[in-house]
Design a protein around this ligand. Structure first.
Ligand SMILES: Cc1cc2nc3c(=O)[nH]c(=O)nc-3n(C[C@H](O)[C@H](O)[C@H](O)COP(=O)(O)O)c2cc1C
Length: 362
């Protein structure tokens, strides 16, 4: 599929996840078959541009594939400036965030809160499209199905956004009110796909190659976007590519390969964040990799106490060497899909806690 003039290798996307889909993780997912990855959101506020977090998020040095940067904000002119700034930093596609339910975003009427104010939402889209047009940079939009069950306006907003120049839409099949609870529905995604001429991407609860195929078939979407299920399982993109092409499942990865992939990931991660921050922020990724594996909780407890990269690296090496002695391949986690999903929800509950902004339309 294409976004503007960019041709993507496939329709498997990594979802933007603040604090997770940083440059090292995006790169790893792309190496393992993801055709496209969107950066974590960048605030449009100019006073936040030089914070250490923003500087890291706007660092795309060596990034392969198309560089897509997501921006969030509430003021059209500020969003337009943010788009120009990120283009200067290397962005080739600008994505507007109207999907994130996080409190610090919603309190300022950004993220999915914008879906409640269609006029403002379209003013922002128009301003960003105008800012990007002289640079030939396509603008995309990530949204939810609506504000709440009674106000599902994804379809209206999608039509207006496309009329205003948006060149691709991602729809997460939940309302803002749902946060990450309940289940994603895909009827709204299908309705959006049927109504607009630009590519539409289905997102929400896609956690296996089979689910990816089912969602593609049910919605007619051009691509699927995967977030939480790829945490600690970046080879899900390879498995899904294979399944969509051949209809058969790949065997679980070899333990030795997973160890190698984790080393690559950790190497990039430490390099990107520096040793002090890197060892701490790597813990959550390591935790996700070992989840459901034998002895995971004991290993996590010990590993979380280490604050030195070399020690952390060695702990990972020792853990996977012991695992390799038990089995050549990872246990088939797909058979434990329900348990996996519940644990993902618990891991992400922190994000959800911050999503408690109940700004219902009055
Ligand atoms: C920890 C976390 C951080 C997220 N950060 C963002 C973000 O920065 N921008 C955004 O548009 N969506 C964000 N999302 C939403 C995801 O992109 C995605 O829409 C959602 O997780 C549903 O997809 P999934 O079921 O495949 O995870 C975040 C989700 C999680 C769990």
């Amino acid at each position: 599929m294409n976004i503007g003039s960019y041709s993507l290798p496939n329709g498997l996307f990594v979802a933007p996840m603040a604090g997770i889909t940083d440059r090292p993780f995006r790169q790893l997912c792309k190496r393992l078959g993801a055709g496209y990855a969107v950066s974590e959101m960048m605030s449009s506020r100019p006073d936040l541009r030089d914070t250490p977090k923003s500087l890291l998020r706007s660092n795309h040095v060596g990034e392969t594939g198309v560089i897509a940067v997501q921006i969030s904000g509430t003021e059209a002119s500020q969003m337009a400036d943010a788009a120009r700034y990120n283009i200067d930093q290397g962005a080739q596609i600008i994505d507007i965030n109207m999907g994130c339910p996080a409190k610090k975003v919603c309190n300022k009427w950004a993220g999915s809160a914008l879906m409640q104010d269609e006029i403002l939402a379209i003013q922002i889209v128009t301003a960003v499209v105008q800012a990007c047009a002289p640079h030939g940079v396509p603008v995309t939009l990530k949204m939810r199905t609506g504000w709440c069950a009674e106000h599902k306006n994804a379809l209206q907003l999608a039509r207006q956004a496309v009329d205003s120049g948006v060149q691709m839409l991602v729809v997460h099949g939940r309302t803002r009110e749902q946060g990450y609870k309940g289940v994603a529905e895909y009827d709204t995604v299908a309705a959006v796909k049927a109504a607009v001429s630009v590519p539409v991407v289905a997102n929400g609860d896609i956690d296996s190659p089979q689910k990816a195929r089912a969602v593609l078939q049910a919605t007619g979407a051009d691509a699927v976007m995967i977030g939480r299920a790829a945490q600690g399982r970046p080879w899900l993109f390879r498995e899904t590519t294979h399944f969509l092409a051949n209809g058969s499942e790949l065997a679980s990865p070899l333990v030795a390969e997973v160890k190698h992939l984790m080393f690559e990931h950790l190497h990039d991660h430490y390099h990107f964040y520096g040793q002090h921050s890197g060892v701490r922020t790597a813990r959550k990724h390591i935790g996700w990799y070992v989840k459901d594996l034998p002895g995971a909780s004991e290993f996590r407890e010990r590993m979380n106490l280490l604050d030195d990269c070399t020690q952390q690296w060695q702990a990972v090496a020792d853990y996977f060497d012991q695992l390799n002695a038990l089995s050549d391949r990872l246990p088939d986690l797909r058979s434990a899909a329900n348990q996996f999903k519940q644990q993902q929800e618990m891991e992400n509950s922190n994000h959800e806690k911050h999503a408690d902004c109940r700004l219902r339309a009055t």
